[in-house]
Write a protein that binds this ligand. Structure first.
Ligand code: SF4
Length: 608
């Protein structure tokens, strides 16, 4: 029989809002065994985080909490929490080493009185050594160096590892991880989850893993609780939940997560006309560091084209240059080199005189529409604003157009009078799409349009985008860090790494058989909502660093220090883009020198 570490019976939480009571958690009962990893899934607002905060007793004062039993073996101090946004948790003005050491000193090892006297003398030194060990445990390379840095000098993945190390410094027997990898790239996400699993196994720590992403839970949890509207509606082993769920809602969640990773069956007519062309685009940022000018190439020599009616997906991790490329396409920034052609005509940036008529043809949809909308303006005002800027026409006509566009994106015209704060995340994203459609564009640049949404809402938005594309013959440039989403909706995919296009080709072929080692790394890191498949997958190799070449030479392959296939030449020269029919790949494994002399009939296949 399992020994319980956390025991919760009949937990209720209510919040007071303007004299009114709102029930956030209703009659929740569950337990977590020693060393067990339990997943908690459910959409935003289902009460997952409220339950976790109630367990740790960190809910705000207006929360009314009641329960029959709620205890953690060893008390609440034996539990620690890892949050979604590590930057909000770390103090930006204190070096990470000090933040970690202070936590270690607050949670010393239980020792005898005699030993304590001895240890007190060199407790800081011991704490420093322990901090290094914890950072190594969470996968931080060179911990001594990292401890001397401020949080803002670290990447999102490094910050999350630091937060995990701080949580482990509390020597918890229960670790609550609330959406611990939601804001991270797929490669980093997979590594953090692998680390979490290893730590739980090695230290016999119990983990409560909260996520709206079923892939994350499938990768780790043995047992799963499904929450909806503040209640636990189903519990079971990972296999039961993913393959034999009893509740309709659970089946819908699993179905949406599976669909999310499967190819759309939507058949469209794609014209042979090339609508948009990017030719050798580059963009350089210039920064001043200690009065020295430093140039960074955010995008380097990127070329691609979009056929009319086609969906082109661009994948890559944060900082790979995806958004910079989108900003050049929409004319917001001027390329440092290269040119943009629209129906073979050269287009300038806004600054250099892109006309209003040209601007109308390419519109952008942002990741977080809540931030893109003015909270003080009604939806009607937000939708008619682009028409106002364009000028011409009557206000009454604009309103009718806004109502018609709302209908196209599946919303009722009553929403015109509402404010962004009154809408759900999915509705706001529909408004973002509607706003982009107001000027009747031909090309939509969609920058992570579904990343911030729950999986069921993601599916609805993707279906909406497919329908709009069919009805209005739109062309999509779809940016995402998630290969599953891009595969679902796109005809072709380009993979961007460190500002360079390292592979491009047919979406399905690229997904089934990646050619570039980085594309393969992305594929291995992609999570699927199937615990059996996830268990069969081996761990993703740890990254050694981000960007730059391992050799320290600027001219080598940018992926050399992460590549498992690296050769001597990779450190000295940069591979060109080798072309094979529709496929392009920038890797020496595809040069004649390395794959052998080829006859005309030779058909290249993946070399990895
Ligand atoms: S060129 Fe070399 S280092 Fe770069 S991806 Fe290919 S094998 Fe790896």
């Amino acid at each position: 029989m399992k020994e319980e570490l956390l025991f919760v019976r009949h937990l209720h939480v209510e919040f007071q809002h303007g004299g009114q009571k709102e029930e956030a958690v209703r009659d929740v009962s569950f337990d977590v065994g020693c060393g067990e990893i339990v997943g908690v899934v459910g959409e935003s607002g289902s009460g997952k985080s409220t339950v976790m905060c109630a367990v740790l007793d960190v809910l705000p004062q207006d929360a009314d909490v009641s329960y029959e039993q709620l205890w953690i073996r060893g008390g609440k101090s034996s539990a620690a929490m890892v949050f979604q946004d590590p930057s909000a948790y770390l103090n930006p003005t204190i070096k990470v080493g000090r933040q970690l050491i202070e936590t270690i000193l607050l949670h010393p090892e239980p020792v005898t009185e005699k030993a304590t006297q001895q240890q007190k003398k060199n407790s800081r030194k011991r704490a420093w050594e322990h901090a290094e060990k914890l950072l190594e445990m969470t996968g931080i390379r060179n911990p001594e160096e990292i401890m001397k840095r401020y949080p803002f000098e670290l990447s999102g993945g490094q910050q999350q590892r630091i937060v995990l190390a701080i949580a482990l410094a509390c020597r918890p027997s229960l670790l609550i991880a609330d959406e611990p990898t939601t804001a991270l790239d797929v490669t980093v996400q997979r590594q953090i989850l692998d680390r979490l699993k290893r730590i739980a196994e090695e230290t016999h720590t119990s983990v409560l893993l909260v996520s709206h992403d079923l892939g994350v839970v499938a990768a780790l949890a043995k047992r799963i609780l499904v929450m909806k509207d503040g209640e636990i509606i189903e519990t079971g082993t990972a296999e039961e939940i993913f393959h034999e769920a009893k509740e309709q809602y659970t089946r819908e969640l699993v179905e949406a997560a599976r669909k999310h990773g499967s190819r759309s069956q939507d058949k469209r007519r794609i014209s042979e006309t090339i609508l948009f062309q990017a030719e050798h685009l580059s963009f350089q940022y210039t920064k001043f560091h200690f009065l020295k000018k430093k140039s960074t190439e955010a995008v380097q020599d990127v070329s691609f084209f979009l056929r009319k009616g086609e969906s082109y997906g661009l994948v890559g991790e944060s900082g790979s240059g995806k958004t910079t490329l989108a900003r050049m396409m929409t004319g917001i920034i001027e390329p440092s080199a290269g040119q943009i052609l629209y129906l073979k005509e050269r287009w300038k940036s806004l600054q250099k005189g892109r006309s209003k008529a040209q601007c109308q043809k390419i519109q952008m949809v942002f990741q977080n529409c809540a931030q893109a909308l003015d909270p003080k303006r009604t939806i009607g005002e937000a939708l008619t604003e682009p028409l106002e800027i364009r000028g011409g026409g009557m206000q009454d006509v604009w309103k009718t157009e806004a109502a018609e566009t709302l209908f196209k994106v599946g919303l009722e015209s009553e929403i015109l009078e509402k404010y962004p704060g009154e809408l759900s995340g999915g509705q706001r994203q529909r408004i973002g799409i509607a706003r982009a459609l107001m000027l009747k564009p031909e090309l939509l640049v969609l920058d992570e349009p579904v990343s911030a949404l729950d999986v069921t809402v993601q599916e609805q938005i993707l279906q909406l985008l497919e329908r709009l594309q069919r009805e209005q013959e739109l062309t999509y440039f779809f940016i995402s860090h998630d290969l599953n989403v891009v595969r679902r909706i796109c005809d072709r995919i380009g993979v961007l790494y460190n500002g360079r296009l390292v592979e491009s080709g047919d979406a399905e072929q690229l997904y089934r058989e990646p050619w570039h080692p980085y594309t393969k790394e992305l594929m291995l890191s992609t999570l699927t909502a199937d615990p059996k498949k996830m268990r069969r997958r081996r761990n993703v190799p740890e990254l050694t660093s981000r960007g730059g070449t391992g050799s320290g030479e600027e001219n080598g392959c940018p992926y050399a220090d992460r590549c498992g296939y690296v050769m001597e030449c990779c450190k000295k020269e940069r591979p060109e883009l080798y072309r094979f029919e529709d496929r392009e790949v920038a890797c020496f494994l595809y040069s004649e020198q390395h794959s052998g002399k080829r006859s005309k009939e030779y058909r290249m296949a993946s070399q990895i």
